[in-house]
Design a protein around this ligand. Sequence first.
Ligand code: GLV
Length: 321
Amino acid sequence: MTKPKILVTRKIPQTFIDQLETIGEVKMWDETYEAMPRDQFLEEVKDAAACFITLSEQIDEEVYETATQLKIVANMAVGYDNIDVEGAQTHDIVITNTPDVLTETTAELGVTLMLTVARRIVESEHYVQDGKWQSWGPYLFAGKDLHHSRVGIFGMGDIGRGVARRLQGFNTSIMYHNRSRHLESEQTYGTLYVTFETLLKESDFIICTAPLTNETRHKFNREAFSMMKSDAIFINIGRGAVVDEEALIEAIDQQQIAGCGLDVLQEEPIAMDHPLLKYPNVVITPHIGSASVETRNRMIQLCVDNIEAVLSDNEPLTPVK
Ligand code: GLV
């Protein structure tokens, strides 16, 4: 009997491929940092039973119609806005993601960005590198304190709670807005559930950890930025399209807010002529929320385990429902 084909859309370490090869015939795209072109992906997925993908791949009706033998798509990400989940159900295809394993690492990047923007780390570093450091000055790169500030968390899921957990050490007061209240976070971290409007108006830092859904798309729009404090710092580690980027550019340009840190953007990778690249108070990282070696290994392992389970007619470990 021929082994089922497993398509892997990025180059991943051999140790994971060895595991996949015990159950199938692996076809791996040979690039680590470059996505598989769509036409090649469509060609290769035709006869695949399982597919290991990243958030660069769009999984839609065109894929489902082409891939008639597909049983599982394992997404190496917790967010799955790149996948038509309803369509998958219609075609009886299991979708899995990688929750939990990346929570702490991603929350750490959130707090890193808060401090990086608040303490003007990137600007300061460039200043030193450019040989501009001549003497100490009372307000040289004076920034903003995170400690004892009011932080607003938009999205109180696992990652939002990971951020709240870390903020305990900074003596911040934490407000949050979410689809529903999270009583445990209120009891454990003293978070306060507030309306979106209050979150915008009263926070010194706002951090977005929310996934992209119909409800969250462009939630941070012109009106939202106009309600924020002029010294507020905005951080996005959720999904780029939760922010209306035009509105954010305007808010930065007109100094409606003090700065922002973005790990996610509407279009990734960013175009080098993107207006946000020209502001010293805007820090952009290339979607590295979960990027520690250990966490990335655990994410890949979870995808492999999900594929193994489904191809062996067992229940997936982390299905998207
Ligand atoms: C990354 O953004 C993820 O969803 O895992």
